[in-house]
Write a new protein. Structure first.
Lengths: 292, 292
DNA sequence: ATGGTATGATAACTATAAGTTATTGACGGG
DNA sequence: CCCGTCAATAACTTATAGTTATCATACCAT
């Protein structure tokens, strides 16, 4: 019992004529005859009554017709669904986005991507960049939009933008008038950091360590807003990408000396076959120009 | 996109192994490889990720798998349904049964048939034998259980039983003591007949006509019970098959002279392809011995 | 590292079955 | 009553599903 046979049978049933069905299906009439006979042979009884001039359905034929039509409809529906995936008018993928990037790189990226592919869905998992890397590694997500860690084991990556990290401190802080700051100058300041699992925390602590310093961490959080608010309140100083904070009352941004940069980009697992929607996203990001 | 291809894909997805799937399907492994490749080629993307040791479904593969499983399930269900028709564990047909036969031939026939084929359904249309013949002719029913008319145009028939027609008259009727009666003796009696469309009416009127007589029809009905009740009440006399009336108070049955017989049987249209259930019924009736 | 094993891909060939053309036979309408 | 329409059949061709043999590669145990 073959899809083609069902198709032939349904067409003959519709047209009540073998020859007409053959024309419609662009094959010869004997091909139809053969297929119908094969079907009837297999089922063990006649589906069509050819004793009259017109071809008529037998009672069993009527039953089989409705079953065949249902199967063909579902077959067509399945094909359509898959064509939608192929055409990128349907599809989902999972992306890990740390809050920091979620706050200012991702929205622009996402909006532009949606403009091009309005039907594609993204499932966003928010977590720190370090965790995001693990999620990609374990294939829990397909891609990660992360602060690129210094060492990338065996993942592919694409740099989207590079941001300078600046010191954030309360406007009334004694150091807030400087045009730049060194870690030496900041060594006794209480600092506010992201939690473990966030690359930015790692980077800052590593920088301190470079100068043989161990900062006093006043508090750590995974909330970007919390960090900014705490700095404004004078709880401590912090380090954030220059553009992540546009204008915040009572917070001053001062560059570090030497300058410290943060690279942000997309990572994914090579060799792993990704959803077409995700491939489209990676391709899109490759073309994407981030406007600071 | 072929049913076989779907089957192969589903099996590979289940076993996560091409070779194992090939074994299960009793074909060679390259046949599986080829079929899956063909499917992927047709859809335009990969369904299975073969980069790891284990075969894994891609995201699109997961979607397609559920669609394929649904289609295969429906295919199997359709096949099962048709097997049921073949096995006569499913099926319906339409039969015309006049009330007279419905009252005493049909119940026995039906009960015995049901014993052999408990799952088959009969749709019974009750109407006079003449009408029943037309219904068969026009293919509104598949068979008719009728009083066989003297001329059968082009229908097949099978005699089930022959019944003597007897005169029914009230017990207190002056003629009720006779051992037989002639139409000459009955020529002035008001008679109760079936309506037009009932063969029994035709037969009685034809018999009167044979002797150049035209009876006075007191009343006609299509209700067997009504006829019997009216005879008992002395409204008129009637003619009914001997065995159709077992014991009725105030009604006496007397044979005609010469004897008049009624043939009852099954009719159907030849050349017409009948439902298997109906064929089974015809075959059953052929074997059937009616016990009076 | 390293050789063995398991597994899927590939190539060349065979067998099956789907399709073609030519023709016949049957039914129904003018 | 003949002619036209339409399905069935036969003989042949083509397409393709399946086979065997072999290769490439990833994983595993030593």
């Amino acid at each position: 019992m073959d899809i083609r046979e069902l198709e032939y049978f349904v067409t003959v049933s519709e047209l009540k004529n073998f020859t007409a069905a053959a024309h419609k299906l662009h094959i010869s009439q004997p091909a139809i005859s053969k297929a119908i006979h094969k079907l009837e042979e297999e089922l063990g009884f006649q589906l069509l009554d050819r004793t009259q001039k017109k071809v008529l359905l037998t009672e069993e034929g009527v039953v089989f017709l409705s079953l065949a039509e249902d199967i063909l409809a579902r077959m067509a529906a399945a094909q359509n669904t898959m064509i939608e995936y192929k055409n990128l008018t349907r599809g989902t993928f999972r992306i890990a986005v740390p809050p920091l990037l979620g706050a200012y790189v991702f929205p622009q990226l996402f909006a532009d991507f949606k403009k091009n592919y309005p039907s594609l869905e993204m499932s966003v998992i928010e977590d720190g960049s370090s965790t995001a890397v693990d999620l990609v590694q374990q294939e829990d997500v397909h891609v990660g939009l992360v602060i690129l860690p210094p060492t990338l084991t065996d993942l592919h990556s694409h740099l989207i933008t590079s941001q300078e990290i600046v010191v954030c401190l309360p406007t009334d802080h004694p150091l807030s008038r400087q045009s730049f700051l060194t870690f030496e100058q900041l060594k006794d300041e209480p600092i506010i950091l992201y939690n473990e699992g966030f690359v930015l925390r790692r980077i800052i602590l590593d920088e301190y360590a470079k100068y043989g310093l161990v900062p006093r961490v006043a508090l750590s959080t995974n909330q970007f807003q919390t960090i900014k608010a705490l700095v404004a309140k004078g709880v401590g100083i912090s380090f954030l990408p220059k553009n992540s904070i546009k204008v915040v009352n009572h917070v001053t941004k001062i560059p570090l000396h030497p300058h410290l940069f943060l690279e942000m980009g997309l990572i994914w697992k090579p060799n792993k076959i990704l959803p077409l929607a995700c491939k489209a996203f990676i391709d899109f990001v490759n073309e994407f120009e981030y406007v600071k």
